[in-house]
Design a protein around this ligand. Structure first.
Ligand SMILES: Cc1cc2nc3c(=O)[nH]c(=O)nc-3n(C[C@H](O)[C@H](O)[C@H](O)COP(=O)(O)OP(=O)(O)OC[C@H]3O[C@@H](n4cnc5c(N)ncnc54)[C@H](O)[C@@H]3O)c2cc1C
Length: 343
């Protein structure tokens, strides 16, 4: 079957399917957290698990390219856009139920709200997620967290809709969580719900710890610029030998450096900001130069946490794209013409 395009007729068919809110022609440069990306042909925001199942079955049967997102806080879309459907799981598929030490969370629920709800119910263990932007679906897929923790250690089960529309349940073991990794990455389905198992604690002290975490992040991380948080993963061997990515990137001279519209944050060198109309190529070029230069200086290869979304909706860590395109290399004298420390 030849793939059909997500053009006008498809948008009409999606609307007829009644699988949530359908929008034609979405500007990713306005929608995404990095404020980078061209036009997406269409966006669907499902309201229920049934919507997700019917939508994925339809897209798979028809061979329509698509990608699944939450709040896009870890994603670099190509500046040429998305020739397919953006399946956005957010506020329309959100909600929390608490029973004893368990919390059932719909995947579109925002992470800070999940953390504060756990505190309100005197449930401890996920204080470290309180300052992380994004949805629970994205957090579980990335096994996100802070303070060297990941959400996976408190996940009891994950409700998942496969790309053919089957509703499944996975245990923590099946999700195979490790540092910023889960077995759900690289698959085409949608996380629709998460069951968390937490510990009983004291609301006041849990909230206090969360306040301290939020305060500490505000001191250390850039607050207002569009970025996707830490660009590179912390490699434990590198951390033990030469330090965390931010320090190593700073020592390599990249802090504050500008390439096109992208800038290595002057506040924290592991953040890349969209300083002025950056393109995906600007960000990929910077990632490649940082990866290549740090490798030449330390012998360690930094892998990207940020994921690149190709125009066909496929996703992979951004450094893999840099390697394939020959962008991963040590900075040269000739690069000085394109790089500056002024936006
Ligand atoms: C300022 C800032 C600070 C950050 N700090 C941290 C931090 O401290 N720790 C940390 O771990 N991360 C951090 N991040 C990265 C990001 O917030 C997390 O990775 C977050 O969990 C991503 O959630 P999201 O909803 O935005 O997912 P997206 O960025 O939209 O997607 C990320 C991945 O998850 C997939 N996905 C999203 N939702 C679903 C779903 N429902 N079903 C299936 N797949 C899905 C996408 O396909 C994609 O592969 C930060 C980002 C920013 C901008």
């Amino acid at each position: 079957m030849s793939p059909i395009k997500a053009d006008g007729p498809l948008v009409r068919r999606l609307a007829e399917l009644s699988v949530g809110n359908v929008t034609s022609g979405v500007d990713l440069g306005r929608l995404t957290r990095w404020r980078i990306g061209g036009m997406a042909d269409a966006m669907v925001e499902p309201d229920s698990v049934e919507h997700v199942a019917a939508l994925l079955a339809f897209l798979s049967n028809e061979g329509v390219p698509y990608c699944v997102v939450g709040e896009t806080s870890n994603l670099l879309f190509d500046s040429s856009g998305l020739r397919g459907v953006l399946v956005r799981v957010g506020d329309r598929l959100s909600g929390i139920e608490v029973s004893g030490s368990r919390m059932s969370v719909a995947s579109g629920t925002r992470v800070p709200h999940v953390a504060r709800t756990s505190a309100a119910h005197g449930l401890a263990g996920i204080e470290h997620i309180v300052g992380i932007p994004g949805t629970m679906g994205g957090l579980v897929l990335m096994n996100g967290g802070s303070q060297r923790k990941g959400i996976g250690s408190h996940v009891a089960s994950v409700q998942y809709v496969s790309e053919t529309g089957e509703v499944l349940s996975y245990t923590r073991e099946q999700c195979d969580f490790s540092y910023r990794h889960s077995s759900l990455q690289g698959r085409r389905g949608v996380v629709v719900g998460v069951e968390l198992e937490l510990e009983h604690g004291d609301s006041v002290s849990i909230n206090q710890e969360m306040d301290e975490i939020v305060e500490s992040r505000a001191q250390r991380f850039p607050q207002d610029e569009p970025n996707c948080g830490s660009t590179f993963l912390s490699n434990p061997a590198m951390y033990a030998t030469v330090g965390p990515p931010g320090k190593v990137i700073e020592e390599a001279g990249f802090k504050g450096m500008v390439l096109g519209g992208a800038q290595v944050s002057p506040i924290h060198a592991n953040f890349i900001n969209n300083a002025s109309s950056a393109t995906s190529d600007d960000v990929l070029s910077l990632i490649g130069l940082i990866r290549g230069t740090v490798h030449a200086r330390t012998g360690f290869l930094l892998d990207a946490e940020a994921r690149y979304v190709a125009p066909d909706g496929s996703m992979r860590p951004a450094h893999e794209v840099c390697d394939d395109r020959g962008l991963t290399r040590e900075i040269r004298e000739s690069d000085r013409n394109r790089l500056s420390d002024v936006v």
